[in-house]
Write a protein that binds this ligand. Sequence first.
Ligand SMILES: O=P(O)(O)OC[C@H]1O[C@H](OP(=O)(O)OP(=O)(O)O)[C@H](O)[C@@H]1O
Ligand SMILES: Nc1ncnc2[nH]cnc12
Length: 186
Amino acid sequence: MTTTQTASAELRELLLAHIRDVPDYPEPGVVFKDITPLLADAKAFGALVDALAALCVERGATKVVGLEARGFILAAPAAARAGLGFVPVRKAGKLPGDTHGQAYQLEYGTAEIEVHADAFDPDDRVLVIDDVLATGGTAEASLELVRRTGAALAGVAVLMELTFLGGRERLVPALGNAPLDALVTI
Ligand SMILES: O=P(O)(O)OC[C@H]1O[C@H](OP(=O)(O)OP(=O)(O)O)[C@H](O)[C@@H]1O
Ligand SMILES: Nc1ncnc2[nH]cnc12
């Protein structure tokens, strides 16, 4: 696994200036990183999508996965801008037809996610995109889903990594040699 500083200082500053801390949400003790101010700012959102699209190309992805729900908001425009198809990883029960499913724990609860069993071609290289890497439970579950489809992993890219929650260390076995890119670290 490689660690990369993928954003310029200027981009990091722009992104961080539009992320809002909400203490004790959704439960006491959690500081929620709210990205809605960033999404609402055309310059910051555009720069974020551009940076993620550049990572799709740099990592040699052929398909882009977004993790419901906030991951969709970032991954879908990045995939389109990079000229790649988008694959949704959804919370359980939302995808019709054959799926792979994986339960997991995240910073503030438990959930289960699914992907279509036929979402990828055997020669696809998949980049997984999400907004936040916290404990890594969600990303780890998504990598297990990609593994079960038989597709190769191009990497994981997140807007923000909460380093104090240890997600990067947790992802090491599932990432193998694939990179984890975080545009900003907190
Ligand atoms: O690293 P972890 O501890 O797993 O936490 C990170 C995940 O938590 C949030 O998702 P959430 O399930 O709250 O869903 P949302 O995107 O629908 O708000 C966030 O969007 C990440 O997917
Ligand atoms: N602290 C946090 N803020 C926003 N999204 C999260 N997902 C998991 N932990 C989070």
